[in-house]
Design a protein around this ligand. Structure first.
Ligand SMILES: [Zn+2]
Length: 179
């Protein structure tokens, strides 16, 4: 399963909860494996199922050992933010400095249906929050930066001019104003 293109509508709709029943176990294992393989192939830190055209609430994370996260929730987030560079496999080459919480507390299910509670910090928290945007049908530049910041990032990006009209249209649609 390759990655879908940045303008595929599947990226801009909310994902559906994954069926964690035994009947769906094989499909979950297959999807988890496909996500991990594709994430590692592109050297990503995370990859959501809708980036591969599957509108379900699941994503892969690259930690010491790659994992998959099903039906995730963020239970608590720190009030304190920190800024760092962030990219997205759907927009290769585009990097933006974005604010994210310093820590988050999350709950999700692993591939076999067990419930996991975790406190994440730093880059682990950042990647998790990035993937949560994908679950909502949003993209990492949604709302966060100013147009000027986004414009500067696009100027530095080799494919920036290809994305620019699309991203501009996305901002107008999601934020309701032109600039
Ligand atoms: Zn992404």
């Amino acid at each position: 399963m390759p990655l879908v293109k940045y303008n595929d509508p599947v990226l801009y709709q909310k994902t559906e909860p994954v069926d964690m029943g035994d009947d769906n176990a094989k499909a979950r294992v297959d999807l988890a494996a496909a996500l991990i393989i594709e994430m590692l192939k592109h050297k990503g830190l995370g990859l959501s199922a809708n980036q591969m055209g599957v509108p379900q609430s699941v994503f892969a994370l690259r930690r010491n050992k790659p994992i998959t996260v099903f039906n995730p929730y963020v239970l608590r987030a720190s009030k304190e933010d920190e800024s760092f560079w962030e990219g997205c496999l759907t927009f290769p080459g585009l990097y933006m400095m974005l604010k994210r919480p310093v820590w988050i507390e999350v709950q999700y299910q692993n591939v076999s249906g067990g419930t996991v509670n975790e406190k994440l910090e730093g880059m682990d928290a950042r990647v998790f929050m990035h993937e949560m945007h994908h679950m909502k049908g949003e993209i990492f530049f949604h709302k966060k930066p100013s147009w000027l910041k986004l414009r500067r990032a696009l100027d530095k990006c080799p494919k920036g001019e290809e994305y620019a009209p699309f991203i501009r249209e996305y901002w107008v649609k999601t934020m309701g104003f032109d600039f």
